[in-house]
Write a protein that binds this ligand. Structure first.
Ligand code: AMP
Length: 395
């Protein structure tokens, strides 16, 4: 009867999936949105396509968790909260401290809170949610799973910025990356599909969702990744700039009459990327739709998106001095065969060739052609299962 939660808390949201373990069967999943904003929405799916949604003011994450527990019992999803024997929490920033998933103690929660400097929107909420779960499910094993852990194997040559070195030593200002759970999950799955030990493979994983990052996985270890000190760096994303020249900050602040640098960073995080370039939407489906109707800025957004991914693939072939496998995953990577085609077709020089028919899929599949030197896979990511597995492993 062991049930395990995978919890993903954001500043105003709480996503959850409840698994029956070890079967990994999803018995409920849902989302609380607009926490602390008013008109909060609680939604849950469970059983045989049963759904429930309600709107009320939910003032904080503590109340969100209380409501979740009430509804789990009311809908008969659990008879007794004691059935929930594990809780895995996704944590965005683990800094240099957390090299792997860790059983949650008071000291761990405190450290996650202290690392809020590195993820101001996420870590405080995650620490608060861990405290609430610790209080309400004191017998369950709680595990923190860090987005950054997988990337702690990067060598200094890839994580130290070309800044005065003391900034790294004194303030830990360096590249941390993100999406580690996803990159690790699909890299391991790719090795299984290839049928070789991951230690023998050079893999490039392309996590292309609303947020996106590319990782070079050499011998099973992350050696470089496109996100940086924060998730703002790297490829063009739904609303984030990806890499840009920091000199634009004072220039644009002056032109736009902005005094607060955080306002500028907010524009880089929330109003840029596909949304900013196209002026249409941050959602790839909308941008592809508009481009199909002849919208030139939408087409430019698609071209820039592909171009940035191509450049990182090229970089990471250089970083690893080769590549055996390229993996596409996440909302865009898994579902948009046209995006995969737009990325891979112009870089045939690397010997990674898509097969047009195999590429026409949204499922786990080999999508490269028989004459490709590099295997290309489409592998749906599943960060929630990966989190639940970490809880089981550490129980
Ligand atoms: P994620 O953050 O992983 O949920 O990914 C969200 C992104 O995936 C959004 O940009 C969606 O437009 C995109 N996406 C989902 N399904 C499709 C699809 N069928 N074609 C193109 N993009 C898609």
């Amino acid at each position: 009867m062991a049930k395990t939660f995978a919890i993903n808390a954001g500043s105003s949201s709480l996503k959850f999936q409840l698994f029956q373990m070890p079967e990994e069967e999803v018995i409920a999943k849902g989302l609380v949105e607009r926490i602390g904003i008013g008109n909060s929405i609680f939604s849950i799916e469970y059983g045989d396509d049963q759904e429930f949604e309600m709107t009320e003011d939910i003032d904080d994450h503590g109340r969100a968790v209380e409501l979740l527990f009430d509804k789990l019992q009311e809908f008969g999803i659990v008879d007794d909260l004691e059935e929930i024997t594990g809780v895995g929490h996704r944590v965005v920033a683990g800094g240099e401290d957390f090299k792997e998933s860790t059983v949650v103690t008071d000291a761990v929660i405190e450290r996650v809170d202290e690392l809020s400097e590195f993820a101001p929107l996420h870590n405080p909420a995650e620490a608060q949610v861990m405290r609430v779960f610790q209080e309400k499910l004191s017998n369950a094993t709680m595990v923190a799973v860090f987005d950054t852990s997988f990337h702690t194997t990067m060598p200094a040559v890839n994580y130290v910025y070309s800044l005065p070195y003391e900034y790294y030593e004194d303030f830990q200002a360096r590249k941390y990356g993100a999406h580690g759970t996803s990159h690790q999950f699909v890299a391991n799955r790719a090795a299984e599909l290839v049928g070789k030990p991951i230690e023998e493979l050079k893999i490039i994983t392309c996590h292309l969702g609303n947020g996106g990052s590319i990782t070079a996985v050499d011998g099973g270890k992350s050696v470089d990744t496109s996100m940086g000190f924060t998730p703002l760096a790297g490829i063009t994303m739904g609303t984030r700039t990806g890499d840009i020249d920091p000199s634009l900050i004072p220039f644009l602040m002056d032109k736009l009459g902005i005094d607060d640098v955080n306002e500028m960073i907010n524009i880089f995080n929330k109003k840029s990327g596909l949304l900013g370039i196209s002026g249409v939407s941050s959602d790839m489906r909308d941008v592809e739709g508009a481009a199909g109707e002849g919208n030139e800025r939408a087409q430019l957004a698609l071209d820039i998106f592909a171009n940035r991914v191509q450049k990182y693939i090229g970089q990471y072939i250089a970083v690893m001095n080769g590549v055996d496998v390229i993996v596409f995953t996440a909302g865009i990577g898994e579902n948009s065969s046209t995006t995969r085609h737009r990325i891979m077709d112009p870089i045939s020089v690397f010997g990674a060739l898509l097969d047009p028919e195999r590429n026409d899929t949204r499922k786990e599949a080999l999508i490269s052609s028989d004459d490709s030197d590099v295997l290309i896979y489409n592998i749906p990511t599943n960060e929630e299962v990966a989190i639940a597995r970490e809880v089981e492993r550490l129980k």
